[in-house]
Design a protein around this ligand. Structure first.
Ligand SMILES: NC(=O)c1ccc[n+]([C@@H]2O[C@H](COP(=O)([O-])OP(=O)(O)OC[C@H]3O[C@@H](n4cnc5c(N)ncnc54)[C@H](OP(=O)(O)O)[C@@H]3O)[C@@H](O)[C@H]2O)c1
Length: 320
């Protein structure tokens, strides 16, 4: 959608247009992803009011021109659109639905909540219903593309909710990446969980293949370069391969802890534990989750998922 184009029906006549200088953006959760994404919106000319639980994390954003508020509700009271980018569903519930301090408590009718956290589809549906009951709108919009995608504005944005509201958000999403409307509330989160299963499988495959190549005495860099041009070549191989070979596990994107959370949600849904869900067999997700749990058990839970090769090596009695 073109910047400034009016989209009907938001129904409340407010806020009418998304436009830098006019639309007031709130941002809750200034971590690796949220900090970079909020910075992009600020640089694009939007007014940004932020809430960071650990206040020092908002310092760079404030230096770039953002204001801070002392709670998600205060952020929302100063905003037309409130983005949340926190850790997990429990945190989303706290920052959005807490009756006193949550964003929904401060948002005026017609306001829009956008949760970018990788969270649960059923919570996204609950938030959408709660927003509707107060005359507001909610979109679940988890992202894929890591810290680099957040900094560069090249994230895949998986949006669930009212299509008109997702279209209305386009001038904001345009600075963050490429949005796709996946369907009704919760569809964005279901898409992200499915995405994480595919990423986890690819990381496991890559890790085993690199450990095997190394044990076979191959030159790992030459191996990666050669196979990346064939059927094994993938985005996961491009992003993680060389850094895994270089044993650079510390920097982003995506920690073992976070993919365990996402695979855990997949398994809960697969087991039919969430409302109205049919059971789905997810044997790969169960195995992958166990493998990433081994990273946590080894004290490496905060490392990037590409550190999984260390688990394969441990199982093989190799300690590098
Ligand atoms: N990192 C990636 O590459 C990546 C890629 C795609 C999606 N994701 C997903 O995006 C989300 C955020 O990832 P991230 O890497 O940005 O994580 P992060 O660096 O850990 O940031 C999360 C931020 O949320 C804040 N927070 C958590 N719970 C809160 C609460 N109850 N109230 C207020 N603030 C709260 C944390 O505050 P404190 O600083 O006070 O702890 C932290 O600043 C996760 O769901 C993750 O799975 C991550």
């Amino acid at each position: 959608m073109e910047e400034g184009k009016k989209v009907e029906p938001l129904g409340f006549g407010y806020p009418a247009l998304v436009r830098p200088g006019r639309t007031r953006v709130g941002w809750v959760g200034i971590g690796v992803m949220g900090g970079a994404m909020a910075t992009r919106l600020l640089a694009a000319g939007f007014t940004v009011t932020a809430y960071a639980r650990t206040s020092v994390k908002a310092d760079a954003l404030v230096a770039a021109g953002a204001s801070v508020a002392d709670s998600p509700a205060s952020v929302a009271a100063a905003s037309d659109v409130v983005f949340t980018m926190v850790s997990d569903p429990g945190d989303v519930r706290a920052v959005v639905l807490d009756r006193a301090s949550g964003a929904l408590a401060g948002l005026r009718p017609g306001g829009v909540l956008v949760d970018c956290t990788s969270s649960s589809p059923s919570l996204a549906r609950e938030i959408a219903a709660a927003a509707r009951s107060t005359g507001c709108h909610a979109v679940d919009a988890p992202v894929s593309g890591g810290d680099a995608g957040a900094r560069d504005g090249t994230l895949a944005i998986l949006a669930g909710g009212d299509e008109a509201v997702v279209a209305w958000l386009a001038p904001l999403f345009a600075h963050l990446g490429t949005p796709t409307h996946m369907g009704p509330p919760g569809s964005g989160q279901s898409s992200k969980i499915a995405n994480q299963m595919a990423v986890a499988g690819a990381v496991v495959g890559l890790s085993e293949s690199l450990a095997f190549a190394d044990a076979a005495g191959l030159d790992a860099r030459l191996f990666l370069d050669a196979v990346s041009k064939g059927a094994a070549g993938s985005r996961v191989m491009d992003i993680f391969g060389t850094r895994a070979v270089n044993r650079d596990f510390a920097s982003g994107p995506g920690s073992a802890r976070y993919i365990i959370k996402d695979l855990g949600m997949a398994l809960e849904i697969g087991d039919g534990q969430e409302e109205e869900d049919e059971a789905t067999a997810l044997p790969g997700a169960a195995l992958f989750r166990q493998m990433f749990s081994a990273m946590v058990a080894n004290g490496d839970g905060d490392l990037c998922v590409r550190g999984l090769i260390t688990v394969i090596e441990c199982l093989s009695g190799i300690h590098k």
